[in-house]
Design a protein around this ligand. Structure first.
Ligand code: CAA
Length: 380
C-alpha cells in the first residue's frame, strides 16, 4: 500500500498544476462571466496532450489511465470547473466507450481526432423522462437495411455545443425490459437531422457547454453500433463508473480551492484585534474541510486505480463521488461562511466556487443514486 505519488505521477500532476496556475486562474472568473471558454485554452489543452490523456499512443493519445486523469482533473478543477468538466466528459464519457466497445474502423476514424482535440465528444443519455431512471430512454433506433435511423431528444448534454461526435443511447427493442432494450451508437453531430438547442443558462460551471440535442431521423451506418445490440445500458453504466471518478476528482479540486481560499482569508481578515484564523471556530471549519477533502481524494484514487486494473469499480466510484461531492459542498458552504459578506459578492471567487460545487451532487448520477449503487452493492 502506498499513499505517495511516484515520480511519473507527480510529474503529470505538476504539469497540470502549472497549467492551471498560469493559464486558468487568471481566466476562470472571465470564463464564468462570458459563459464560454476562451478558444486559446482549447489549444493549450491540446499542446499538453490532455484531450487524449486516456487514449492509447497507437491512436495519438498519451496512453495514460484514470489515475493520471484524476490527478489532472483535480488540478484543473481547482482553478476552473468549466474547463474541468469539459475535459472529464471528453475523456471518460466518449473516448473510453469507443476504445472499449467500438469497431476497429470507428476507433481509427475517431480516436486520433479526439486525442488532439480536433474533435470533442459528448454523451447523450439523459432525456426529459429518463434522468435518474436512465433505463427509461425513449429515443428510438430502427434498422433500415445496414443502417440505423435514430429519433429522439436528449437533454443536459455537456459539451453539446462543442462536440463533433456523440455517443447516443437509444431503444432498439421496445418489447424487452427497459435496460435490455437499449443500444449505443456513435453519431457525428454534423449528420442531417441533428438539431442543437440553445445553451442552458446554468447556476454554475457557466463556461461549459450544456444543451438539448434533437435527433430527427438521423441515419448512421451499421458500424456505428457500439458493442452489440441490447448492450447499451451496460455500456452507459460502465462508462459512468469512469465518469463518476472524473466528477469526484472535480469535486476534490473545487473543494481544495475552497480550502485554500479559506486559509488565505483567515490569515488576512482581522476582527476583534486578530486574524480570524486565530479563532477556534474558524480553525475547526478548516480542519473539517481539509479532512473531508483528503478522505475524498483517497477514495477517488482507489476507484481510479481499480478501474485502471480493469476491475469493476461501480461501488468504489459511487463512494468516491458521494464522498467528494458532499465534501466539496461542505467546503464551499464553510468557505462562504468564513468570508462572510465578502463571499456573497463577486469580488471574491468564493461565490463562483459555491455555484460550481453544487452540480457535483447532481450530474453523472445524483447523490441519491450513488447511495442506491452503494447500498445495492454492500447489502447484496
Ligand atoms: N457496469 C456494467 N453493467 C452494469 C452496471 C455497471 N456499472 N450497472 C448496472 N449494470 C447492469 C446490471 O448488471 C444489470 O444487468 P442484468 O440485467 O444483466 O443483471 C443492468 O445493467 C440493469 O442494472 P440495474 O438493475 O441496476 O438498473 P436500474 O434500472 O435499477 O438502474 C441506476 C440503476 C443505478 C439507478 C441507474 O439508472 C443510474 O445510474 N441512474 C443515474 C443515471 C446517471 O448517472 N445519469 C448521468 C447522465 S450523464 C451526465 O450527467 C454527464 C454530464 O452531464 C457531465
Amino acid at each position: 500500500m502506498n499513499f505517495e505519488l511516484d515520480e511519473e505521477l507527480a510529474m503529470v500532476r505538476d504539469m497540470a498544476r502549472d497549467f492551471a496556475i498560469q493559464e486558468l486562474d487568471p481566466r476562470a472568473s472571465k470564463h464564468d462571466r462570458q459563459g464560454f471558454i476562451d478558444q486559446e485554452v482549447f489549444g493549450q489543452i491540446a499542446d499538453l496532450g490532455l484531450w487524449g490523456l486516456t487514449i492509447p499512443e497507437a491512436y495519438g493519445g498519451a496512453g495514460m489511465g484514470n489515475t493520471e486523469l484524476s490527478l489532472v482533473l483535480e488540478e484543473i478543477n481547482r482553478a476552473d470547473a468549466s474547463v474541468g468538466v469539459t475535459l472529464s466528459v471528453h475523456n471518460s464519457l466518449l473516448g473510453t466507450p469507443i476504445l472499449k466497445f467500438g469497431s476497429e474502423a470507428k476507433k481509427d476514424e475517431w480516436l486520433p481526432k479526439l486525442a488532439t482535440g480536433e474533435a470533442i465528444g459528448c454523451y447523450c443519455l439523459t432525456e426529459p423522462n429518463a434522468g435518474s431512471d436512465a433505463a427509461a430512454v425513449q429515443t428510438r433506433a430502427v434498422r433500415d437495411g445496414d443502417d440505423w435511423i435514430i429519433s429522439g431528444t436528449k437533454i443536459w448534454v455537456t459539451n453539446g455545443g462543442l462536440a463533433s461526435i456523440a455517443i447516443v443511447y437509444a431503444r432498439t427493442d421496445p418489447d424487452v425490459s427497459k435496460a435490455k432494450g437499449l443500444s449505443a451508437f456513435l453519431v457525428p453531430l454534423d449528420a442531417p437531422g441533428v438539431v442543437l438547442g440553445a445553451p442552458e443558462k446554468k447556476t454554475g460551471i457557466r463556461a461549459s457547454s450544456t444543451l438539448e440535442i434533437q435527433f430527427d431521423g438521423v441515419r448512421v451506418d451499421g458500424d456505428s453500433l457500439i458493442g452489440v445490440e441490447g448492450q447499451g445500458f451496460q455500456i452507459a453504466m460502465d462508462t459512468l463508473d469512469g465518469g463518476r471518478i472524473g466528477i469526484a476528482s472535480q469535486a476534490v479540486g473545487i473543494g481544495r480551492a475552497c480550502l485554500e481560499a479559506s486559509i488565505k482569508y483567515a490569515g488576512e481578515r482581522e476582527q476583534f484585534g486578530r486574524p480570524i484564523g486565530h479563532f477556534q471556530a474558524i480553525q475547526w471549519k478548516i480542519a473539517d474541510m481539509s479532512t473531508r477533502i483528503d478522505a475524498a481524494r483517497l477514495l477517488t484514487w482507489r476507484a481510479a486505480q481499480l478501474r485502471d486494473k480493469g476491475e469493476r469499480c461501480s461501488l468504489q466510484a459511487a463512494q468516491a463521488k458521494l464522498a467528494a461531492s458532499t465534501a466539496c459542498n461542505f467546503a464551499a458552504d464553510e468557505c462562504l461562511q468564513i468570508h462572510g459578506g465578502a463571499g456573497y459578492t463577486d469580488d471574491f471567487q468564493v461565490e463562483r466556487l459555491f455555484r460550481d460545487a453544487r452540480i457535483t451532487e447532481i450530474y453523472e448520477g445524483a447523490t441519491d443514486i450513488q447511495r442506491i449503487v452503494i447500498a445495492r452493492s454492500v447489502m447484496a
